[in-house]
Design a protein around this ligand. Structure first.
Ligand code: MTE
Ligand code: MO
Length: 200
């Protein structure tokens, strides 16, 4: 792959690790749901059980995946429900500016609404033609190709609309609030003063 395709400081490894904090959750279909809550237009929570979510129309995206630990996985073919469709089905209030995407076990990542709504952002159910593997986020993971990998939350269970930005799991632990790999936004100390919400 050409140099220009790789963000600065990234390399393509020979093998592709699956990376996450904590154990791989077990999918229990009867208990699984996906909620959209917080600053919704209706001030109510939208909820899908597994069969309802799995019936939503899917789109495909092919994208490189950039981890902040410097490996890049080229050409991942994902398919799933576009973030735009989720927002259409569960409209945010006008005041919603950011989202927090929540996973099993409390992992989270925050995104600006415009980053969440990019056309290549998916709640992915498939990697290639197969269901996503357990380690890579089965049954549903977020894919945000234009930001570092920690924003691509695996095992997603909820989307919270926010009226003010708030740091997610890694953003609270010293990683960059926005995480653009093309400008190497790796760590919170690189943020401009006032750029993100304060570290707690
Ligand atoms: N729920 C959850 N999602 C997560 C993580 C995690 O620890 N928990 N790690 C993130 C990080 S740091 C990376 S690089 C990618 C790795 O995705 P992969 O396992 O498909 O390569 O998942 C992201 N999503
Ligand atoms: Mo990562």
């Amino acid at each position: 792959m050409s140099e220009q395709r790789l963000p600065p400081g990234q390399y393509v490894p020979r093998e592709f690790p699956a990376l996450h904090y904590g154990p791989v959750p077990k999918f229990r279909q009867q208990r699984w749901d996906l909620c959209v809550y917080g600053a919704t237009d209706s001030a109510t929570t939208h909820r899908w059980d597994w069969s309802a979510f799995d019936e939503l129309p899917r789109v495909e995206v092919v994208a490189d995946f950039h981890c902040v630990t410097k490996f890049t996985i080229p050409d991942n073919a994902w398919s799933g429900v576009s973030s735009a469709l989720m927002v259409e089905l569960a409209p945010p209030a006008d005041a919603a500016t950011h989202v927090m995407v929540w996973a099993e076990y409390g992992y989270s990542a925050n995104l600006r609404m415009d980053d969440f709504l990019r056309s290549d952002v998916l709640l992915a159910t498939h990697h290639g033609v197969e269901r996503i593997s357990a380690e890579r986020g089965y049954p549903v993971r977020l894919v945000v190709p234009h930001l570092y990998g920690w924003k691509s939350v695996k095992w997603v269970r909820a989307i919270e609309y926010l009226t003010a930005d708030r740091r997610g799991f890694w953003e609270e632990r010293g990683y960059h609030n926005r995480a653009d790999p093309w400008s190497e936004q790796r760590f919170s100390y690189q943020e401009e003063p006032g750029e993100g919400p304060p570290l707690s």
